[in-house]
Design a protein around this ligand. Structure first.
Ligand SMILES: [Zn+2]
Length: 154
């Protein structure tokens, strides 16, 4: 939301898309949009409000083109690539590694095909190994980067 307001204030964007695929419902974003009456220029979709179980994975993946297409009038999409949707995440338990790769590939391909710049950030992820390390989370983030490179390096 800070980035969206900064882009608007600087005149760099008139409409901003916020695509939130963190496991958790982006209620803070919804609250800020409502408080600042920004519904007219921010297109916000937060999957955590309605998608959270493995049986919903196929439907979730199939709807990504629609959600990105709803942002076709935006000057930029801010994409929250949540790692906590992963099936092994203690707070997620939603998507497999392959499904998360498909998620990111679809987001980047759609944004690219619509010609909309996309900025994405690492988010979430609570898998910790027995030594307190986070290699599983880093692999998920790395996979997001690889899907991004695959789309935008062509
Ligand atoms: Zn989260």
């Amino acid at each position: 939301m800070v980035a969206a307001f900064a882009l608007k204030a600087e005149g760099l964007a008139t409409r901003v898309g916020i695509l939130d695929f963190d496991m958790h419902y982006g209620n803070g974003t919804d609250d800020l949009i409502a408080h600042h009456q920004a519904e007219s220029w921010i297109e916000h979709y937060t999957s955590g409000k309605e998608y959270m179980a493995p049986y919903q994975a196929d439907e979730f993946l199939s709807r990504i083109p629609e959600w990105v297409a709803n942002m076709r009038d935006c000057d930029v999409i801010l994409y929250q690539a949540g790692a906590d949707q992963h099936i092994n995440d203690p707070l997620g338990r939603f998507l497999t590694t392959e499904q998360m790769k498909a998620r990111d590939k679809c987001v980047f391909e759609m944004a690219n095909s619509l010609g909309i710049p996309i900025a994405w950030n690492l988010a979430g992820g609570y898998q910790v190994d027995s030594n307190g390390g986070i290699p599983a989370i880093l692999e998920i983030h790395n996979n997001t980067m690889l899907e991004c490179i695959a789309v935008y390096s062509c």
